[in-house]
Write a protein that binds this ligand. Structure first.
Ligand SMILES: *Cc1c(COP(=O)(O)O)cnc(C)c1O
Length: 393
């Protein structure tokens, strides 16, 4: 069996440094950048029992599981309300719809975010105004004010890679200028700033439950949390074709409902979220302690900011060589993200060009995400660290 694998591997890849891909027990290393299976297997019985319960209930959309999840997630975050939705993108664009932000309005957003943040703004009809990040990869609070015009209606902060933004400063700017503060928490389930969950500082917090997120489900899903009762009510209207009373449609809404299966499975996972986030933190700490190269820029956490380590992102100007070197040794990496939204084909119409956001563009050229997921073993991690430390770039 083992010889077969070796043979196949040699046939596929030629005779490249086979010994390095094996651990001490002689097995091949094949470490993905992200892997959702170990987490499922850890709680498999709980998930399967819940899945059967939902299947047998005869009720599949907006029912008791969704209601219970909304209550439990709001309670976990110390928020008054939660509304389950179909995706993180829906949470974002419906936020602007609900706040009546659209055509002719501007929303300030970090230039170095996942493109969904920007699409949330433009799908509502509003115009994104980009701001460069700080060295923690989050929107630089001191660069926001210079971008505010009379058209600005909101700031969309993004807790990128799991790290909370400087929400004390950002919320102060928003208060001073009468702007809404919406946050994209798709990568930051459970992150705090100054001892409070980030939603405490914001009008609306948008979550994605895409499977690879810290609190991921087993399909698509999303939610918002808010302390504002009217905003919550509007989300429940907008997500269901604009109706509060069946067949009485008050606004042109959307079909954006969390389903019972995902909500039930999310209830199972939510009970383990702190444990899962702690495991990510241990993984990050092992990387930080073990990687001893001066030429790689390791992630850092700013004072007061909570970090739930959605990704462990390093920077290097030898990214291509390093990626290939690691891939040859069975270590998967990914780039989050290679093309900043302002340079994407989708947003050509905004008229930005290369060089408009040099910090963002530099990051896009240098960032590399190491393997980070629940279930990454200590042994695998030691192998990654040793391999990285022996890179001759
Ligand atoms: C994943 C993600 C989204 C979008 O969530 P979906 O559920 O895939 O729609 C939005 N913003 C950020 C920062 C994300 O990482």
């Amino acid at each position: 069996m083992y010889d077969m694998v070796l043979l196949n591997f040699t046939m596929l890849h030629g005779n490249i440094s086979m010994d390095i891909r094996k651990n001490e027990a002689g097995y091949f290393m094949n470490i993905k950048q992200g892997d959702m299976l170990p987490q499922f297997k850890r709680f498999q019985q709980e998930y399967e029992e819940k899945a059967l319960e939902v299947l047998r209930s005869g009720w599949y959309i907006l029912g008791k599981e969704v209601k219970a999840f909304e209550e439990e997630f709001a309670a976990y975050l110390g928020a008054d309300f939660c509304a389950g939705l179909a995706s993180g993108l829906d949470a974002l664009y419906l936020s602007f719809r609900v706040l009546h932000i659209g055509k002719g309005d501007e929303v300030i957003v970090p230039a170095n975010t996942y493109i969904a943040s920007v699409m949330g703004i433009t799908m509502a009809g509003a115009t994104p105004v980009f701001v460069e990040p700080d060295e923690f990869y989050n929107i630089a609070p001191e660069r926001i004010e210079e971008k505010i015009t009379e058209k600005t209606k909101a700031v969309l902060s993004v807790n990128l890679y799991g790290q909370a933004c400087r929400l004390d400063k950002i919320s102060a700017v928003c208060k001073k200028h009468g702007l809404y503060l919406v946050e994209d928490c798709a990568q930051s389930h459970g992150a705090m700033f100054d001892g409070e969950y980030t939603n405490h500082y914001c009008d609306i917090s948008c979550f994605s439950f895409y499977p690879s997120k810290n609190l991921g489900c087993f399909g698509d899903g999303g939610a918002i949390v808010t302390d504002n009762e009217e905003i919550h009510r509007l989300f429940k209207i907008y997500r269901n074709y604009g109706s509060e009373v069946r067949y009485h449609n008050m606004v042109v809404g959307a079909n954006s409902r969390l389903d019972e299966m995902q909500a039930g499975l999310l209830r199972v996972k939510l009970k383990h979220l702190d444990e899962l986030n702690n495991e990510r933190k241990e993984i990050a700490e092992r990387y930080l302690a073990g990687i001893n190269r001066k030429d790689l820029i390791l992630p850092s956490v700013q004072e007061g900011a909570g970090m739930v380590w959605h990704q462990f992102v390093i920077r290097t100007d030898k990214r291509e060589e390093l990626m290939k070197y690691l891939a040859d040794k069975g270590i998967g990496t990914l780039i989050h993200y290679p093309i900043p939204p302002h340079l994407s084909q989708a947003y050509e119409y905004l008229g930005h060009k290369k060089g408009d956001f040099p910090i963002t563009e530099k990051y896009a050229n240098e960032v590399l995400s190491l393997p980070m997921y629940n279930g990454l073993t200590v042994e695998e991690q030691e192998y990654i660290i040793n391999t990285l430390n022996s890179f001759e770039g």
